[in-house]
Design a protein around this ligand. Structure first.
Ligand SMILES: NC(=O)C1=CN([C@@H]2O[C@H](COP(=O)(O)OP(=O)(O)OC[C@H]3O[C@@H](n4cnc5c(N)ncnc54)[C@H](OP(=O)(O)O)[C@@H]3O)[C@@H](O)[C@H]2O)C=CC1
Ligand SMILES: Nc1nc(=O)c2c([nH]1)NC[C@@H]1CN(c3ccc(C(=O)N[C@@H](CCC(=O)O)C(=O)O)cc3)C=[N+]21
Length: 299
């Protein structure tokens, strides 16, 4: 039986973070500019707390300023909007991320679209999704959502040119599935977006040279759904309990899929670390743009 190449997102992200740190040093030395990232966390969701801590640590390690704003679960929409406005107007803050999900009584669309699009390092603002969908470049280039951006970097690093390949994205969320499909389309893939109403999902996935699983269901994509030699990007992060132990698994049954795929991202150590590295990359890009400086080329 053949076995797939493991795509090492941890290693790739470490290299990327190294380049970002070099660029940050250059900005500090040549322009007296330190990029700053503000992360807002509403409530006490344990998984969110882990991510926010990890983001803060890596922001500091890249030489950037990190500002954490923790707000209680009872925060009102008006209070959160006021916080966003304060950060929009703070010249030391170049990137703003409001950790999702926010509590149910808050309208997440309203919050996301209150962020200055130029500081929207998540790339979730309608202006940025519109710019991504229309292929805007130059001064109006979009901020690209971090998870899809990190996934496309891994794909291009592994496969080179993606042109003409068949790609199936399972999941159609605004934060992963839809922007992922846009990026694959931009790379001239033939793209299918599958979701919970898709019929014959295993057969749809079997057509794909590139499979992106962003579903949020542990190990849902089975090994025999994978076309021989296909490249599999597993975005899923699911905490499950096996024999009383907590385990992190993706949306793909990795061990099975390894018997069919040409290459696959592991969970943990695949897309997750790339998401945070791309958040830092977007913060650096945002700081450069806001100060009229040329954007660094990080690849
Ligand atoms: N590695 C990383 O950095 C990140 C990982 N994640 C992880 O990625 C996963 C997806 O996240 P997100 O996009 O936010 O999730 P959402 O819950 O917003 O979206 C899930 C999508 O999967 C689809 N879906 C659900 N069940 C099925 C099914 N049985 N068959 C086919 N499609 C199905 C849904 O379809 P429908 O629209 O029809 O309901 C929906 O479009 C999660 O595990 C999340 O934790 C998320 C962000 C970053
Ligand atoms: N506004 C906003 N932007 C986000 O980008 C955002 C968000 N909200 N809400 C939650 C999701 C999820 N997400 C992850 C980031 C890093 C890892 C990551 O580093 N994962 C490690 C393991 C981490 C662990 O052990 O839990 C890995 O896969 O190797 C995972 C998931 C960002 N998200």
């Amino acid at each position: 039986m053949s076995t797939a190449t493991i795509i090492d997102g941890r290693k790739f992200s470490a290299t990327l973070r190294g380049r970002i740190a070099e660029e940050v040093t250059r900005l500090k030395n040549d322009h007296d500019l330190t990029p700053g990232l503000a992360v807002v966390l509403v409530g006490e969701d344990p998984a969110s707390q882990v991510y926010v801590r990890s983001k803060g640590k890596q922001t500091l390690e890249a030489g950037m300023n990190s500002y954490e704003h923790k707000m209680s679960a009872e925060t009102t929409q008006e209070e959160l909007l006021a916080k966003v406005e304060e950060l929009n107007n703070d010249p030391a803050v170049h990137g703003i991320l409001v950790q999702l999900p926010v509590p149910d009584h808050i309208d997440d669309h309203a919050i996301i679209n209150a962020i200055d699009p130029n500081k929207d390092v998540d790339g979730f603002h309608v202006i940025n999704s519109g710019r991504l969908a229309t292929g805007a470049r130059g001064a109006s280039a979009p901020m690209i959502p971090c998870t899809p951006l990190g996934s496309i970097m891994l794909l291009k690093d592994h496969l080179g040119d993606l042109s003409g390949k068949t790609a199936v994205v399972v999941g159609r969320s605004n934060i992963v599935g839809k922007p992922m499909a846009q990026l694959l389309l931009q790379e001239s893939c033939t793209v299918t977006i599958a979701h919970s109403r898709t019929k014959d999902l295993p057969d749809v996935v079997r057509q794909a040279d590139i499979v992106v699983a962003a579903v949020g269901r542990p190990e849902m994509v089975k090994g025999d759904w994978i076309k021989p030699g296909a490249t599999v990007i597993d975005v899923g992060i699911n905490r499950i309990e096996i024999d009383g132990k907590n385990k992190l698994v993706g949306d793909v049954a990795t061990a099975e899929a390894m018997e069919h795929a040409g290459a696959i991202t592991p969970v943990p150590g695949g897309v997750g670390p790339m998401t945070i590295a791309c958040l830092l990359a977007n913060t650096l890009t945002a700081a450069s743009r806001q100060n009229g400086l040329k954007e660094p080329n990080l690849l």
